[in-house]
Design a protein around this ligand. Structure first.
Ligand SMILES: Cc1cc2nc3c(=O)[nH]c(=O)nc-3n(C[C@H](O)[C@H](O)[C@H](O)COP(=O)(O)O)c2cc1C
Length: 206
């Protein structure tokens, strides 16, 4: 296997769980996002990942710096979220992988949500998402919307070690990891609700 480093950033622990399993399965070295670029210089392949919060992948600012310093290396990403339908994955790619980073493959993995752990702005945001979903009559909600509503109210944990298999297998190969939109398929509503919040905030400011 190519000499590989895994760097992760995790606000609530899901991305950390995946990163640790991935290191176990592949034998790659594991680092937190405070790792120095000089240390990463010794690797051929750099895997970076984080939880998705309001569309952004945690740690992206750091990962962009690393990429800018060493664009010649091979990069692979993973993003952990609750709402990973086709449209959301596409949007997540557009938000996080721009310009020279556009062709970095990103694996999408389902995360977890524990309402007891969430505080401050994150809590307010999730309350807003919940309210927006509740406005829609129950029979009109998609499966993903009902699941999300349930997750926000009662918590949910979709973190699944088996979901890492395609990424672990790709890393074990010496071939470059192909660009793809990996992940399970299902409809989603969180991104829509977040967009509505952003529009509402913008309208208030105007
Ligand atoms: C404030 C907040 C915003 C979130 N926004 C998104 C999102 O835009 N898309 C998504 O798929 N999941 C979203 N989630 C769900 C998280 O991505 C999920 O809980 C993930 O497991 C977090 O990873 P972490 O535990 O490593 O921080 C959000 C969660 C919170 C608390």
């Amino acid at each position: 296997m190519k000499k590989t480093a895994i760097i992760y950033t995790s606000r609530y622990g899901s991305a950390e769980r995946y990163a640790k399993w991935l290191a176990e399965e592949t034998g790659a070295d594991l680092y937190g996002s405070d790792v120095k670029t000089e240390i990463l210089a010794g690797y051929e392949r750099i895997v970076f990942g984080g939880g998705i919060h309001a569309g952004g992948i945690e740690g992206m600012a750091k990962y962009r710096k690393v990429f800018k310093a060493m664009p010649e290396k091979e990069y692979v990403a993973f993003a952990v979220g609750l709402n990973l339908g086709d449209a959301e994955r596409k949007e997540c790619r557009e938000i996080n992988f721009r310009k020279a980073m556009t062709d970095i493959p990103c694996f999408f993995l389902r995360g977890a949500y524990d309402p007891e752990k969430v505080t401050g702005f994150d809590r307010s945001l999730m309350k807003f998402v919940k309210k927006s979903l509740e406005k829609k009559p129950e029979h009109e909600r998609t499966k993903a919307e009902s699941e999300l509503l349930d997750a926000i109210g009662n918590g949910a944990d979709y973190v699944d070690r088996d979901a890492l298999t395609p990424l672990a297998e790709a890393l074990k190969s010496d071939e470059p990891v192909p660009l793809n939109n990996y992940g399970q398929d299902y409809d989603g509503a969180l991104a829509e609700a977040i967009e509505r919040l952003a529009t509402k905030k913008k309208n208030r400011e105007e």
